[in-house]
Design a protein around this ligand. Structure first.
Ligand SMILES: [Zn+2]
Length: 141
């Protein structure tokens, strides 16, 4: 039985929530179960400073620091992270969507995050980025 929120969760070893669901659903012949679990991202709220452990996914880059923006829009299993430096020399990859078990929270103050577009304070984006709340991009001079 696959418990969907437990996939790629940094807290799954010895987790009491996981044990609870496993026991409660035992014998019901379910293959996959989804439920919402706040523990997955409890240390990774928007604005949290993190280290992205780059498990060889982006070969050139080592571990990079960044700021959690929030849940990824099209994949709620992942978190969007704005990186302090780009992953590629061309500077194109500065926002990534990663599983929470690739992120380690830093002992640092939280950064304010725009509630509208998710941009953490202090980060730039393409000039084409438009947000009516934090105002970056068009309309701001
Ligand atoms: Zn914004």
């Amino acid at each position: 039985m696959i418990l969907r929120p437990c996939l790629r969760c940094p807290h799954k070893e010895g987790c009491e929530i996981r044990e609870y669901y496993r026991n409660a659903l035992r014998g019901m012949k379910l293959t996959t179960v989804s439920f919402s679990c706040k523990k997955r991202t409890k240390d990774l709220q928007p604005g949290t400073r993190v280290i992205l452990h780059n498990e060889g996914i982006w070969a050139e880059a080592g571990d990079i620091q960044g700021t959690v923006s929030g849940l990824a829009r099209h994949n709620r299993m992942k978190l969007a992270v704005w990186l302090d430096e780009s992953l590629d020399p061309g500077g194109h990859i500065s926002i990534v969507r990663v599983f929470p078990d690739m992120l380690e929270p830093l002992d640092a103050p939280r950064v304010a995050v725009c509630p509208e577009c998710g941009r953490p304070e202090g980060y730039q984006n393409k000039p084409s980025w438009v947000c009516s709340t934090c105002g970056i991009g068009a309309g701001v001079q």
